[in-house]
Structures are given as structure tokens and as C-alpha cells.
Design a protein around this ligand. Sequence first.
Ligand SMILES: *[C@@H]1O[C@H](CO)[C@@H](O)[C@H](O)[C@H]1NC(C)=O
Ligand SMILES: *[C@@H]1O[C@H](CO)[C@@H](O)[C@H](O)[C@H]1NC(C)=O
Ligand SMILES: *[C@@H]1O[C@H](CO)[C@@H](O)[C@H](O)[C@H]1NC(C)=O
Ligand SMILES: *[C@@H]1O[C@H](CO)[C@@H](O)[C@H](O)[C@H]1NC(C)=O
Length: 614
Amino acid sequence: MCGIFCLLSVSPTQFEWDKTVHEHLKRRGPNLSQDLTVGGTNPCYQCLFSAHVLHMRGLLTPQPVQDKTGNVLLWNGEIFGGLPVMTEENDTAVVSQRLSSCSSPSEILSVLSTLRGPWGFVYYQKAGDYLWFGRDFLGRRSLLWKFDAEVSALTLTSVAAHSSGPAPSAWHEVPAAGVYRIDLKVVTEAGAVTFEIYPWAHGGNDLVSSCNQTILESVPNGCTAVMNQPGLTLTAPVCPLNRAIPKSLHKEEIHPNTHSCVKDLEQLLASKEKSDETKRLIDFLSEAVRRRVQSLPFRVQDNSPVSNDHASIAILFSGGLDSMILAALADRHIPAHQPIDLLNVAFKLQVPKKQKESAKKLVKHKNKPQESKTDGADSQTSSPFDVPDRVTGRAGLKELQDLNPDRRWNFVEINVTKEELQETRQERICHLVHPLDTVLDDSIGCAVWFAARGAGFITEDSDQRPFTSSAKVILTGIGADEQLAGYSRHRVRFMMSGYEGLIQELAMELSRIPSRNLGRDDRVIGDHGKEARFPYLDEDVVSYLNSLPVWEKADLSLPRGVGEKLLLRLAAKQLGLGQSAVLPKRAMQFGSRIAKMEDNREKASDKCTRLLTE
Ligand SMILES: *[C@@H]1O[C@H](CO)[C@@H](O)[C@H](O)[C@H]1NC(C)=O
Ligand SMILES: *[C@@H]1O[C@H](CO)[C@@H](O)[C@H](O)[C@H]1NC(C)=O
Ligand SMILES: *[C@@H]1O[C@H](CO)[C@@H](O)[C@H](O)[C@H]1NC(C)=O
Ligand SMILES: *[C@@H]1O[C@H](CO)[C@@H](O)[C@H](O)[C@H]1NC(C)=O
């Protein structure tokens, strides 16, 4: 993960760094910072490129990369497929070489269409004076833009800063609807910035029209966007969503009865057909996890035992279905003598009485009698940090220890107090979440920031000691709920408008995941000089899930804890997981109890006043 920044100006201006933005960029890329300015007098423009590199792959490659002909690349991404990148190679150099050999737009689009993995980039194509930029199809890397009309300057950056004052923010996320090209000659002549859009498309034109709307809404004031004249498109790296509707609504005989969850699943698993699909999902997910846990900095001393003390991989871990599957699959691909860090965040419960109530509720959710007993014991010696995700996290840890007793699983208990939350939000997190601004963005942004920092405690031989995860790669389970109908709103939609409604909801959610989640999560996790990786959003996983008819992925006529994300639950069973396979979805803001910590009468979609700086 890197921090990239580009300032395009057409009038000669004295550039001064916004100190906060510069600091945030450096935190994303602590290993090397470098600036480069290119420009000309005819046409007259100036581009300042600033790159801050986090060393992740191959040998450290300085950025901005300038090739022999003067093209400049800023690259914030990872190539997990599409182009060959050897272990000792740096993917930035590989992309730069490929782009260098392109002259026409369609050649550039073809290179970008080949890439598999997350990326955000800015590319200065010297011949013809063009500036290209954009994000990958799923928007897994952040890129923001703003235009300052007074000095005719366009800024692109991985991360910005929240500024106080009543004026509406000038920053917007660059929509992940395609890539953009600015003709610098035209900008110079017209004194205004126009983007040509090269949208992602599946071959059909459905995406083009929807991306049109998204783009128009976030084009910075003072700039215009137009579809590129020849109508060229990028080829989407995933297949379109299967919108089939079952011919006869298949009625399940199983009636809502949470106590028989495990048995229901086993009955379903027994059916051969289900098992085949489950097996294929596991294969795709396993490969997605493998690529993400094995693409690591190239270390000459890799064989030395010293490097085995520290985990290379951490997982945002609630003990729920999505994170348990990631842990079980990571276990397959990380050498057994290396630890894996499980990051579990809890926000201090404010009112002890309420805490007891929620502990009781938790006991009710449990199905195994012996676990209920443990919970009962817990509530006597209860800690204000025993939030629902902590309780399921501990249970999940036990399952993983049973699955592989030889592995050191570092269950990192990250306890956050209200004071620390409020201080850190003002100082740092509000800038990272920006320009997103809702109560939900605040809750998730803060919870993910503390979890990703990885500073907490681990328990060894019943002793607690401070522990800070040093893993540079963090796996997160985002994308599972959006694709496999994990949210309760899917159930509501299904009840109200059947399969058709459910499919529409799923299509909409996958298309907005870049703007709702991914840019924000990338900025928040990147702030620790760590890199977020999203196995459920691997192109092959998305394609496979998109290709399945919706009733293979979820069966919302089955009870909660079974029907939603059904296919994933079957996968969990097949991987040997137990109770975690039948946990109902619990959103992070509730599981970690951050939503309870402050004003809990708010709606998730309200603007969050706490994100405003003083
Ligand atoms: C990159 O920076 C991190 C954090 O400062 C440091 O731990 C790591 O050793 C650096 N890597 C290289 C190759 O310099
Ligand atoms: C990055 O990789 C290229 C080859 O792909 C190599 O020529 C270059 O030296 C590498 N950069 C560094 C700093 O190692
Ligand atoms: C949006 O679509 C219309 C036609 O449907 C087209 O004329 C216009 O250029 C498009 N705008 C953008 C920004 O793509
Ligand atoms: C963190 O919270 C857990 C409860 O989940 C508690 O057992 C532990 O003592 C806490 N650690 C610290 C240092 O507060």
C-alpha cells in the first residue's frame, strides 16, 4: 500500500503542502518518500507527483517511476494475477514497463483490463501530454480528487484531510466506474479541466449508463466529464451477476428453529450437489487467500528462524463466519511454525447493567450447553470489554486451536476506552474517513482503525501481556455479506419482493461497495503502514459467486444463522469449523459495541457530527 498524490496546475502557482495531507501520505508509505515535477511551457502545465512507498513486494522500488521516455507512474496496488510478477520482482516496475510500451488509449486500457488485484494509479503519458488515473473495478484502493478553481489546480490523492469550517468539502472519491484521461493540451487552451471517461463494461452497455450517474455526482466543481469519443471501454475482470429466478419457488420443509441449525446444515451438506458447489467455492477462496498471504516482501534472510517469531499476516477477527473461514484458509497456506495474528476489537461497555443484559442475550444465542456454562462463568467475573465480538472471538479461537493445535494463534484483545476513541478520532481518524461522513462511516472507520493498529494484549499460560501485531498484511472479510446475502435487509427485501428484489439488492450492493466501504477501509488501514487485502473480493471469487444463481448462495426461507450466506456456511462445515458456521451476522459496529459507546439514538445514515474537527 502506498500513498500517492498528484497536483496538476495550469497556471504557475507556488505549491505549499497541506501538512496534514502530507503526514497522512507518509504514514501510508513510511519506507520512501519522493517528489517529481514534470511540465512544459508549450503546452503550459505542471504536474507534481509525490509518492510514499510501503515496501510490500520484491525489492523496494522507489516511486514515482519515470521511464526512459519520460512517462511517470504512481502506483498504489498489488498484482495478484493477470501479469506475471516473480517473487523477487516489484509489481510497480512491471506495470510501468507494460504501460511504457503503449501508445494508443486502447493499448493502455488493455493493460489495465488484464490486471488482477487492487489498484489506484496516476500515469503521465508524455507523448501527447495525457494524464491518466483511476481505480480498479471493485475500487479496493482509495483515490480522491478535488479542483481548486481559484488557481485552476486539480489534486488527486490516496488520502486527504478534513478541514474545519462550514464550507462543503471539496474532496470526493474518484468513482471506480472506469479510468479517466485528461488531455493536458486542451486544459491549457481552455483553462478548464475535462475528463474523458473510459468505463468498465461487461461487453453489454449496462454499466456505462449507471456509471454515468455516479461520475456526474462526484465530478469536482469546476470540472467536466465526458464519455471518450470512440466509446472505448475497459473489460470488467468479473462476469456479470446471474439474474436467474427459480422456475418453481422451492419450498423448504425446514421451519425456523435455531436449535437444529447444525443438523440442518449437515443434512444439506449430505446432498452431493451442494457439496460440489461448496468445494468449488472453497477452491476459489483458498486460492484467493493463498495469493494474499504469500505475496510478501522479499527477504533474503527468509530462512532464518528470527523472522518466524512475528506473524506476517493478521486477520480482522470477530470469530464470525467470514473471519473464521479466512483464518482456516490462511492456516492452509502459512507455514505451521509461523504465528497468525487475530485482531479482535472491543469498545468498553458504559453501563454495567446493560452489559449483563447483553451477556444474557448472548447465552441465548449459544446452542452448545457447555459453552453457555462458560458464558455464565464469564458474566460473574465480567469485564466491560466482553462485548459480543470478544465472546465469539474467544470461541472462534478455540475452534482454530482445535483445527490446528501446532499453530500459534495470537488472539489480540484490543480494548478501547471512550477517551482514547475520542482523542484519536479528532486527531486522526476523522481525516481518514473523510470525505465519507455518516454515523456508520464513523463507527466502522474507528473500529477498523483500532483493530488494524493491532495494539492490545495476548494471553499466554493464563498471563496477559501487552502485544502489538507487526503483520504488514491484514485480511478482512468484507464482501461476503454483499455477495451471499448476509444482511438482514436482504431478508426483508426477499420477503417483500422475492428473488427479483433480492437480486436487484445484491447487484446494487456490489456496485456501491467501492463508494460505501473500500476507499474508506483502505485509508483507515493504510494509516498504520499496513495493507488491507480482501479475499472475498478476489476477481475469481467474485466471478464464481456472480455465476451462481442466487438460490445456491443463500436460502432466505431458512432461519437466521443458516439461510443467509448458506453456501459459505456449508464451506465452513466442510473446512471443519463448528459453531462459528451457524452464527448469525452481527455488524461490526454492534459486535464491537462502538455504536453503544456514544449517542445510540442516531441513525447509521445520519451525518456524524463527531467527525467534524474543532
Ligand atoms: C519499511 O518501514 C517499516 C516501518 O517503518 C519498517 O518496519 C520496515 O523495516 C521498512 N522496510 C524496509 C525494506 O525498509
Ligand atoms: C524493480 O524491478 C525491476 C525489474 O522488474 C528491476 O529492474 C528494478 O531494479 C527493481 N527495482 C529495484 C529498486 O529493485
Ligand atoms: C452520460 O450519458 C449521456 C448519454 O446517455 C452522454 O451524452 C454523456 O456524455 C454521458 N456523460 C458522462 C459523464 O459520461
Ligand atoms: C481486555 O478485555 C478483556 C475482556 O474481554 C479482559 O479480560 C482483559 O483483562 C482486558 N485487558 C486489559 C488490559 O484491559
